[in-house]
Design a protein around this ligand. Structure first.
Ligand SMILES: Cc1cc2nc3c(=O)[nH]c(=O)nc-3n(C[C@H](O)[C@H](O)[C@H](O)COP(=O)(O)OP(=O)(O)OC[C@H]3O[C@@H](n4cnc5c(N)ncnc54)[C@H](O)[C@@H]3O)c2cc1C
Length: 402
């Protein structure tokens, strides 16, 4: 940190109280808090050409609003997080629904059935007419006895049995992670619920809304404070040469910050295939999952369901899991968690630097969780850097530069 302070007077392109690396949710929310609540000057940079991080949306060539990094659906149980974001956007009510295309064990034909598995999924697949009370017993009768639940496979076969596991989870997981569910920690599928009622919503959170004018428009407002300067298309290495700053918020990959000194933290990536179709609608719902291993993509999503946009054409995105590419999903294996712990120890010891967001904490977080993490980090900053001390610092730096 002292190194950064020493460089302050010779900066070519201005000095800031804070440099924030990454203009996604983590970086943007912190920029807004620091600028509006502490009155300090913040520079936000992102090496991508745009703000909003992975939530970035834009009009495609046909004028349809799409999400460049795959469909992002906002949902939260936190009133505080929803209220905070409501300062920057109006909302559109939207409850996401997913269908899975699977081969019926009864007829051998492909069917579209609700996902997560619910009463209708079972009844349609097996030609049954079970009631809510009966389906639980039906699932229990097919569930396998698992002494100790350790892996993702154990979770699912212990709940719904091997046939449904193979239809819905095995292929999807193998594609998504390039690992068999038997090799993956139980936490990975613990998040995938099964239901005995007919609720076919993908999420059950209290607040399920999309930003009315899109995510990028919301980020523009979050970053609109006069104390915030934004530079896109700029990497940290360039920014630290050109600008001076006293404190740093890092929302990029934690291993990159430390020069990968213990090795790279493993991630799974995705390739997106965006398509515009010359018809008004493409899918019967927002997302169709393709769990079969024989299909190379995992899911396809149609944005107009989410955005409510009216347009004579429609755009969809196919997601192909891949080993190479942008880091999207930390691979949940014990050895990776142990590697992250080593980086975390370095991060904890780094003075005047805060590590926030999904990449900096090597965790899969939903958007609302990252907003929550950023708001909590702001509270920690308030305690760790009292305003008075910050102002004293500012005075000292000014004197040094005078
Ligand atoms: C395919 C997919 C679908 C998702 N769908 C949902 C969903 O439906 N609902 C939901 O709640 N969440 C969803 N998420 C999760 C969501 O994307 C994250 O919660 C959110 O983007 C995290 O914000 P962040 O600020 O931590 O990271 P990011 O949005 O990734 O922002 C970090 C930014 O830092 C920049 N950066 C990194 N290193 C540097 C550097 N050295 N110099 C300059 N800039 C740098 C990056 O370019 C990036 O823009 C999804 C994620 C994926 C991958």
């Amino acid at each position: 940190m002292s190194e950064r302070v020493a460089r302050l007077p010779t900066a070519e392109s201005g000095s800031f109280d804070w440099l924030i690396v990454g203009a996604g949710f983590a970086g943007s929310v912190l920029a807004e808090r620091i600028a509006s609540q502490r009155g300090e000057k913040v520079l936000v940079i992102d090496r991508r050409e745009h703000i909003a991080g992975n939530a970035y949306d834009h009009l495609d060539a046909a004028g349809v609003l799409i999400h460049r990094y795959g469909p992002h659906i906002f949902h939260t149980n936190s009133e505080q997080i929803f209220a905070y974001l409501s300062n920057f956007t109006a909302w559109r009510f939207y409850e996401h629904r997913v269908l899975a295309q699977v081969r019926s064990p009864r007829t051998g034909e492909d069917m579209l059935v609700p996902m997560p598995i619910n009463l209708d999924t079972v009844n349609r697949l097996y030609g049954l007419s079970l009631t809510e009370d009966e389906v639980e017993g039906w699932m229990a009768s097919r569930a396998e006895r698992v002494e100790t639940v350790r892996t993702s496979e154990d979770v699912v076969v212990g709940k719904v049995g091997r046939e449904l596991y193979e239809l819905f989870f095995r292929g999807y997981t193998r594609k998504q992670w390039a690992l068999d569910p038997s090799e993956l920690d139980r936490s990975v599928t613990a998040r995938v619920p099964t239901r005995t009622n007919r609720d076919d919503r993908y999420f059950t959170d209290c607040f399920q809304f999309m930003p009315r004018d899109g995510y990028t428009a919301m980020f523009r407002k979050i970053l609109a404070h006069p104390n915030v300067t934004v530079r896109t298309g700029m990497d940290f290495r360039e920014a630290r040469k050109r600008f001076s700053f006293r404190r740093l918020i890092w929302t990029g990959p934690v291993d990159e910050y430390f020069g990968f000194r213990f090795g790279k933290l493993p991630y799974r990536s995705l390739t997106f295939r965006h398509e515009t179709l010359d018809r008004e609608w493409a899918l019967p719902t927002g997302t169709v999952n393709h769990p079969a291993e024989s299909t190379p993509f995992t899911r396809v999503s149609e944005y107009k369901w989410m955005t409510g946009q009216q347009h004579p054409k429609t755009s969809v995105t196919y997601e192909f899991p891949s080993a190479e590419g942008d880091p999207y999903y930390p691979i949940p294996r014990p050895e990776n968690a142990a590697l992250y712990k080593r980086y975390e120890a370095l991060a904890d010891a780094e003075r005047d630097t805060w590590f926030v967001g999904r990449l900096a904490t090597y965790r899969y977080y939903n958007m609302d969780q990252v907003v929550g993490q950023a708001l909590a980090t702001f509270e920690r900053i308030q305690k760790a850097v009292p305003q008075e001390a910050a102002n004293d610092d500012a005075a000292r730096v000014k004197r040094a530069g005078a």
